[in-house]
Design a protein around this ligand. Structure first.
Ligand SMILES: [Zn+2]
Length: 73
């Protein structure tokens, strides 16, 4: 019973992470102050607590983020 609850929690967490990444137009890194397209390989390396979502490119730039040089958002 407990095991099932833990498994369910893990699945829910994974789904939530996937939704967080793919629902956003751009993903920022609050540590490096760079922003990326959701499909950028660098996004996978961003720690979950450093991930910032932006609904537009302008929003990211307005908040002081610079475009990633790899994915050129
Ligand atoms: Zn990138």
């Amino acid at each position: 019973m407990v095991r099932r609850a833990i498994r369910f929690g893990l699945v829910a967490l994974m789904v939530l992470t996937a939704v967080t990444v793919y629902a956003a137009a751009y993903i920022g890194n609050s540590d490096s102050r760079c922003f990326h397209r959701p499909g950028c390989r660098s996004v996978r390396d961003i720690r979950a607590d450093h991930r910032v979502r932006f609904s537009s490119r302008k929003e990211a730039v307005d908040r002081g983020y610079v475009p990633c040089r790899r994915c050129k958002p």
